[in-house]
Structure formats: structure tokens, C-alpha cells
Design a protein around this ligand. Structure first.
Ligand code: NI
Length: 246
């Protein structure tokens, strides 16, 4: 159930049976020569919508631009500053809270969003919860799609080598499944990208010149993407339902 496709009376009716909502949180950033700029938003949004349709969960619009300052050395990447991101997430949560939502599950698709999302959740709680009864408290959760046990195990099985940590075959596979008309190909040299640490966008580009870290995204295919989405949807439904009972 997508918020954008509901009317306000439908949202009113939903609130009589649930106080929970999923907010997919993505990013707009380079994902190597074969990965889509929108990978992280596409992944979080698709999995959230599938879970929402399967389990009668309201899904808010996807938050499309995250904190991706380290990707700014590559064309097309966009980033919010952490303080802007936190302020915007606070405003989204405050809006939902005002209508009676009391469980907001931030379903994340980008590693760089985790720290600012957790900071935002602390601010939201400090701002909205003082003076409220336990029953009326707003609770927020932050979870990323690759953190579910079933997804983690599937990634290890599908990609025992070359999974890496950025422009991974798993995230690329999900976008290939979501948008089969936008599957890209390019020669990758070396096939498995280097791994390591970096500091800032210039150093990132110098150390990882095509944008990948540790990955071989040519391993990706749409069938893998479907399996990964199914595993993530199953994980999300269970975790969300546990969360809203808190
Ligand atoms: Ni990504």
C-alpha cells in the first residue's frame, strides 16, 4: 500500500488498524560503470513496496538523496550534507507523527545513511516524546536491506567471491530485476575491484578509479535480483511486524 496512491480518507482508515509505516531511504550516487545512479533508492523502494503489498503495510515515498559526499568525485552523484539530511528526516517523521503514526521503520538502501539516520532518530525521539505516555510514544527503527540474515546468506551463496562493498553484484542484480530495460554492460578491469579505506571524494576516486570497491558486478543477473528481493521482503515483513508490536 503506497501512501502516494492513497487518498486521505484511506490513510485515516489505515490508522484505525495500524500506527506503522515504512519509509524507504535511498541515495543518488555512482555505482561503478555498470550500476545505476539510483541503485540504493530503487532497491529500498522496491523491497518496501513488495512487503507493503504483501502484508498491508503503508509505504511512504522513498527519500531519494542521502549522504553520499564520498561519491561526489563521479558525475551524477548527489548528496545532502548530514545536517540537511537529519533535518529533512526529522520533518518527514514529524509530519507522519502529527497524523498519529507511532512506528516509523526507516528502510535503508545506502551504508552512508546509517549514521545520520540513527542520529536523526535520536533527535526525533528527544523532540517529540517528552511528556508522552508510553502508549503514545513515537518509536523509529533503522534497518538496511542487506542486513537480514536470509539476504546475507544468499549473497554469500550467490557471490562467494567478488561481492565487495560498493557496486556489489547483489545491489546491481536487484536493479536489473527491477528495470530489465536498463541493464548496462562495460568492460571491468580488474574484474574484482580493489578494497581498502579512503578519506573524502578525491581519495576515493584516486583509489577506486571506476567507483567500485571490492566487487565484480558483472556477476549480477535479474534472476539473482528476484531471489534477493524475495529474501529481503520476507525479512522485512517479519522484522517490521516485530517492531510495530514493541
Ligand atoms: Ni549502493
Amino acid at each position: 500500500m503506497q501512501l502516494a496512491l492513497c487518498t486521505w480518507p484511506e490513510v485515516d482508515a489505515y490508522l484505525t488498524r495500524s500506527k506503522g509505516v515504512i519509509v524507504p531511504v535511498g541515495s543518488t550516487e555512482q555505482h561503478g560503470p555498470t550500476g545505476l545512479i539510483g541503485t540504493d533508492t530503487i532497491s529500498a523502494e522496491l523491497i518496501a513496496r513488495r512487503a507493503g503489498d504483501a502484508a498491508d503495510i503503508l509505504v511512504a515515498p522513498a527519500f531519494p538523496v542521502g549522504v553520499a559526499l564520498h561519491h561526489m568525485g563521479f558525475a551524477g552523484s548527489m548528496s545532502l550534507r548530514p545536517e540537511t539530511f537529519i533535518a529533512a528526516i526529522r520533518d518527514w517523521a514529524t509530519s507522519l507523527d502529527r497524523h498519529g503514526f507511532r512506528r516509523i521503520y526507516f528502510f535503508n538502501g545506502h551504508g552512508g545513511n546509517i549514521a545520520p539516520l540513527k542520529a536523526a532518530v535520536k533527535e526525533i525521539s528527544a523532540e517529540l516524546n517528552p511528556g508522552r505516555t508510553d502508549e503514545d510514544r513515537l518509536e523509529c527503527k533503522v534497518h538496511s536491506w542487506w542486513q537480514f540474515e536470509g539476504v546475507h546468506m544468499l549473497c554469500q551463496t550467490l557471490y562467494p567471491e567478488g561481492h565487495g562493498s560498493h557496486a556489489t553484484p547483489s545491489e546491481v542484480a536487484i536493479t536489473q530485476y527491477a528495470y530489465p530495460d536498463s541493464i548496462k554492460s562495460a568492460p571491468l578491469e580488474p574484474r574484482i575491484a580493489a578494497t581498502g579505506h579512503f578519506s573524502g571524494p578525491q581519495d576515493y576516486r584516486a583509489k577506486f578509479p571506476d567507483g567500485r570497491i571490492g566487487s565484480d558486478p558483472l556477476l549480477a543477473n535479474p534472476a539473482d535480483g528476484e531471489k534477493l528481493v524475495d529474501a529481503a521482503v520476507a525479512g522485512l515483513i517479519v522484522d517490521y511486524q516485530r517492531f510495530i508490536r514493541v
